[in-house]
Design a binder for this molecule. Sequence first.
Ligand SMILES: [Zn+2]
Length: 281
Amino acid sequence: MSNSSLVSYTRLSPNHSGRRKYAITKITPHYMAGNCSVETCGAIFAPTSRQASSNYGIGSDGRVALYVDEANRSWCSSSSDNDNRAVTIECANLGDSSLTDACWKSLVALCVDICRRNGIPKLTYTGGKDGTLTEHRMFANTDCPGAWLHSRMGLLAQEVNKYLANGTTPKAGTGASATSTASVGTSGKSTALASGYHKDASFAGRYRCTVDYLRVRRSPSLSGTEVAHYSKGETVALEGYYWVSGGFVWGTYIGGSGNRNYIAVGKATGKAEPDDYLVRV
Ligand SMILES: [Zn+2]
């Protein structure tokens, strides 16, 4: 059994029953009843006192998080029978219960991926528990997944089935706030930058974030685990060396947790660029 490769953030919750009793044959999308980031939702599911979880979460920026391994039964839909069979997905929602376009696209992409990996031939929404696409409201007195998503469950099945039938793979959504894969420049170097570690005392100093959501990672790579983020206008003090990896320059510092963090400064062009994520203060 595997988890989705669409996941870009993982914070495993202790709130689950261990291995499923049944094979995965269903998907149950939920709404968060709030516009939570995948990090916030992960923090909500982290304490054992919460007694709740989901397998996946999707933010309004389209990012997909893993909270409970697919192999395990999450505590999500108020139904042991359902959650032993269903992959559960918490979706961030806006005030009117709607999902952003990015969140919806990632939901479609995640459902297609779950169906393919688990051999679910198609999603069926019957409005009842017998379908392979189920809702929390079928098992408890709740509005979940909210009026907007509830009214689109048939559409969700239709969209997912279209991709399952034609063999193509939909793209996950990306939102305006998910800009951190963009760029970094350095402090005016004019030569091409080789990949790897560069010691440069002149690189040390305080930098200001120019984008809405700049991810902090545990390793100098776009696939490094996300551990935090900076918002536009916030500043960070970087040390006197950097990495070049995946076309980006990565600065580094020791975070409040005592762990070493890495953050993309901009594209590795060898000089400062107008689209750098971090600029010198
Ligand atoms: Zn729910």
